[in-house]
Design a protein around this ligand. Structure first.
Ligand SMILES: C[S@@+](CC[C@H](N)C(=O)[O-])C[C@H]1O[C@@H](n2cnc3c(N)ncnc32)[C@H](O)[C@@H]1O
Length: 211
């Protein structure tokens, strides 16, 4: 599939299910979100500068980040951005594609991407991780969930009511691409949880840019 079509499916899909996804997220993988949010917050001083890629409508993770840090959120879905901006008027919420958006180098203490890189075509992951490494300050931390299946193009016609696409490398390749971007992996763990009755796994990465 042309990456532009894939992007359009993701954008239109989240435009339509922004609220529905947010409600679903309040009862799906809440433990994982909370634990990895703690991994982020525990590594940062108050007032640090945080970039969240794929912030959606600003659910619990985004709210907590915005309450403690200077938050910049980015999302592809205009509808999600609209809702997030209303909910967090003091945060900077940008409407854009994480693989294209222009952000100043070495300007964030942390980059967070919970369940969002999974929608980016995997051929673009290496370049995306390099961009993320560039946006981090020396010593900055990257915390993200990636897919674990060697699957260039997974597609569902009815996911929460809309067509949706995902893309991933196997876990070893995902980790290697993060390292190839110049980030040191502190921890990489596959987390499996029940999602609507089926076990689904993600690779959680905690990585740092060298001091
Ligand atoms: C599964 S939701 C996760 C939302 C939130 N991070 C959470 O944990 O609930 C994925 C989000 O990533 C956004 N997204 C997908 N591809 C993106 C891209 N290329 N650039 C920016 N945002 C993207 C979607 O619009 C959606 O809001």
């Amino acid at each position: 599939m042309d990456p532009r079509d894939s992007r359009r499916i993701v954008e239109l899909g989240y435009d339509r299910i922004a609220e529905r996804h947010a409600e679903w997220a309040t009862r799906t993988r809440t433990d994982e979100r909370a634990r990895y949010l703690d991994e982020v917050t525990g590594r940062l001083p108050a007032g640090a500068s945080v970039l969240e890629l794929g912030c959606g409508v600003a659910g619990a993770v985004t709210q907590e980040l915005a309450s403690r840090f200077r938050l910049t959120g980015v999302d592809l879905s205009g509808r999600s951005v609209e809702i997030a901006r209303r909910s967090l008027p003091d945060a900077t919420i940008l409407h854009g594609d994480m693989t294209q958006i222009d952000l100043p180098p070495a300007s964030f203490d942390a980059v967070v991407a919970f369940y969002s890189v999974i929608h980016v075509p995997r051929d673009e992951h290496a370049a995306l991780f390099t961009r993320i490494a560039t946006w981090l300050r020396p010593g900055g931390v990257f915390v993200a969930s990636l897919g674990t299946d060697d699957e260039p193009h997974a597609h569902e016609t009815d996911w929460l009511g809309v067509p949706m696409v995902w893309s991933a490398h196997d876990a070893a390749t995902g980790r290697r691409l993060v390292e190839d971007a110049g980030l040191t992996v502190e921890r990489a763990a596959i987390e499996t949880a029940d999602e609507d009755g089926a076990p689904v796994s993600f690779l959680w990465i905690i990585a740092r840019r060298a001091e």
